[in-house]
Design a protein around this ligand. Structure first.
Ligand code: NDP
Length: 686
């Protein structure tokens, strides 16, 4: 992919690919120094680009349901996966080895897949999301409230870092698009050629609506001047730039949602129990080594501070030193190479300068920052740097080691005496993305994790039990929160469907339950039910309406029923079987029916037995037994169609029924949601 005449990168704005007015800055191959591309964004009308996204992309996305957007992501992921080799080929220029590129490329595409399937599994197929339960606000039930989430009507501006041009883009794009918001991506210039290729392939699929995705290659110019009150800005990069952007006048004036993920002095702590010779010690050394060398340490989650019981420091330094000595460092295209260069010569200079800062407080105990030992490649033209391990003997008195991020294969070993000391050292990072704890002792794990958790977005416990299955310290996962407080930027990304909600507005809607139901497209407690002669289980998904309600006849529970159920199931708990013992229980005035008997009898009351559109009952949600049921009580069920969620590309969908079981006084004895699969159309009546 690297040509003699570097290609001028293009931006994709307002539905067309455009070049900047100038030739721009030359971007060079990290390993060879050869020019790869030119990047420039001069002359781009950023105000028009943002407006295009808001006016064209936003409405088109909002017309789609959550599941339609999820399916779009799935198809996009499939299309990108088919083209992955093209991305791998170009990724080498960033300095990434094949395993490094895998994290970036397939990790990014995997995030799309993951969001696509989680959204279809966890969210209803609707356009709005409900948040929490109904809040009753009046005694007579005529006034209540429900929180809901709707997509923001602005545009998401994603300003990304150079280290993961694919993953960094896709992990933010996935929740943005699921939420129904358009995005404009501004990749870091240094590796923008790979981001540009990815966006080109995305656009070519034709899967995204016009305006859903735009790209700016080059400087962001006056982009943020036009950020508006419905927009979201996310930033990944240095804390200096992040702080500057967070304080941008337009961001402040319009209260623009700003998510920042900046440098982070992540730590790994070896538990006091994990002495040399234990599996935890070996796993710890392996993890530190992996985090220092994967992506040449250019990972926001990389371990920068290695916190170790004082007695084990020498052994750890020796173990890491041995591993470094065997590390093949060289050209990323070379299959034998395990660590490639940094992203650019400039970045290497930056890291060397930071090592000099750290060396004021710590001594270098492994690696020479000035002379990389290569198995292939050109040490002058390429941005190679050997891993550098430092040791700081008095970390509690030091500052730089807790403050300076050398964004490369650089970590500092720090001794500690007690678990409290270790926690204190970790906290000196002032907030990190992730910290690992390696221990096989439950008390140590509890003390360390609870002591450190408020300072982190993620904590990993490593030990022998999970050694084979652990995803590792450095891997943010789509379902887990990625971000951290304080120094780490204070932002939060991913976390499964939590991440989607960052692009939506939560609104408390108050009013009469019937009207709230109409607004939400979901029946809520207190709203009127619709009674028709036909049993709602006879209706197909297409015919059912939220609010369709069945009020059953009654069924008296007898002592024989209770005893029969006890014998039959083996549940002979005293409250059902022993009058005297039951009376002694503070909750009961005598023998009571089993809760599961109540639920079973309720099903007997509401079920329509003949074959029909209802295909299966796949569970219940929120089951609560609210009052005891005594022999002689008469049960009745009110079953209301609460939510209808058609599944795409299948012949059925999910229906959630509100099930309220009452006794002869009208008191609710059990309350739950019944979850069923219902056919979209009626079958042949038999
Ligand atoms: P920067 O903070 O300089 O850049 C990050 C992003 O912000 C890039 O897309 C950059 O664009 C953009 N940017 C820079 N200035 C502005 C501006 N005025 N307005 C709008 N956007 C702007 O970080 P670098 O990528 O240069 O990395 C520097 C250091 O940041 C690293 O050495 C490392 O310490 C840290 N870093 C931390 C990461 C993390 O995840 N924790 C990830 C990457 C870096 P452009 O490239 O065009 O300047």
């Amino acid at each position: 992919m690297v040509t003699d005449r570097p290609r001028r990168l293009e931006s994709y704005v307002a539905g067309v690919w455009v070049r900047g007015d100038k030739d721009g800055v030359t971007l060079c191959d990290a390993a060879t120094g050869a020019p790869v591309a030119l990047v420039d964004s001069t002359g781009i009308d950023f105000a028009a680009a943002l407006a295009y996204g808001r006016e064209k992309g936003g409405p088109a996305l909002r017309r789609m349901s959550l599941h339609e957007r999820a399916m779009m992501l799935k198809m996009l992921a499939q299309a990108l996966m088919e083209r992955k080799e093209e991305f791998y080929a170009l990724s080498t220029a960033t300095g990434a080895t094949r395993p490094d590129s895998w994290i970036d490329i397939e990790g990014g595409i995997g995030t799309l897949f993951s969001y696509a399937s989680k959204a279809r599994r966890e969210l209803p197929n609707s356009r709005v999301l409900l948040d929490g339960d109904v809040e009753p606000l009046s005694r007579d039930g005529t006034f209540s409230a429900q929180h809901m989430l709707t997509p923001l009507q602005g545009i998401a501006v994603h300003i990304n870092a150079f280290n993961f041009p694919c993953w960094g883009m896709l992990e933010k794009l996935a929740p943005t698009l699921i939420a129904g918001m358009p995005a404009i991506i501004k990749p870091a210039s240094q590796t923008a050629y790979l981001a540009e290729l990815l966006v080109r392939r995305i656009i070519e699929t034709g899967l995204l609506p016009q305006g859903a995705l735009q790209l700016v290659c080059g400087s962001a110019g006056d982009l943020l001047d036009h950020a508006g009150d419905q927009d979201v800005v996310t930033f990944t990069g240095s804390s200096a730039t992040g702080r500057m952007l967070k304080a941008h006048p337009a961001i402040l004036k319009n209260s623009v949602r700003f998510t920042m993920e900046a440098d982070s002095l992540n730590a790994a702590v070896l538990g006091l129990d994990a002495a040399p010779g234990t599996e935890e010690f070996d796993l710890f050394a392996r993890e530190v080594f992996r985090e220092m060398t994967s992506k040449a340490g250019q990972k926001c989650t990389a371990i920068r501070r290695v916190i170790v019981p004082r007695a084990h420091c020498d052994a750890l330094v020796a173990a890491l030193g041995e591993r470094f000595a065997r590390l093949p460092l060289g050209a990323p295209a070379d299959e034998n190479v395990r660590m490639g260069p940094l992203a650019s010569l400039g970045q290497r200079e930056e890291v060397r300068a930071r090592i000099r800062d750290l060396a004021a407080e710590a001594e270098i105990v492994a690696g020479d920052p000035t002379r990389p030992q290569l198995v292939s490649g050109d040490a002058e033209a390429g941005a190679f740097l050997s891993p550098v391990l430092l040791y700081c003997d008095r970390p509690s008195a030091a500052r730089a080691v807790h403050d300076i991020e050398a964004f490369g294969p650089v970590s500092t070993v720090m001794p500690y005496e007690t678990t409290d000391d270790a926690i204190e050292l970790v906290r000196r990072g002032k907030g990190s993305l992730v910290t690992s704890v390696f221990t096989n002792d439950p008390d140590t794990a509890q003390e360390l994790v609870i002591g450190m958790a408020p300072f982190h977005g993620r904590v990993l416990i490593g030990n022998r039990l999970s050694a084979k299955s652990s995803t590792g310290h450095g891997s943010p996962l789509p379902g887990l929160v990625h971000g951290g407080p304080g120094r780490a930027g204070g932002g939060e990304e991913l976390g499964g469907m939590r991440g989607v909600k960052h692009y939506m507005q939560r609104t408390a809607v108050q009013g009469p339950p019937g009207l709230i139901s109409a607004v939400m497209g979901r029946w809520i407690k207190g709203a009127p039910g619709r009674h028709e002669s036909e049993h709602p289980f006879r209706k197909s998904l297409a015919e059912l309406r939220t609010g369709d309600q069945l009020v059953t006849g009654t069924r008296v529970v007898t002592l024989e029923d209770i005893e029969h159920f006890a014998d039959f199931t083996g549940d002979t708990f005293y409250a059902h079987m022993d009058e005297e013992a039951a009376r002694a229980n503070p909750f009961f005035d005598g023998r009571v029916a089993h809760g599961y008997l109540v639920v079973s009898l309720a099903a007997g009351l509401f079920v329509d037995p003949a074959p029909g559109p209802v295909l299966a009952n796949y569970g219940v949600d929120g089951l609560r037994f609210l009052a005891p049921v005594y022999p002689g009580d008469a049960l009745q069920v009110r079953l209301t169609c609460k939510e209808i969620s058609p599944r795409m590309n299948t012949e059925y969908g999910e229906v959630r029924w509100d099930c309220c079981v009452t006794n002869q006084t009208g008191a609710t004895v059990a309350q739950y949601d019944v979850l069923t699969m219902v056919a979209k159309a009626r079958g042949e009546e038999k």
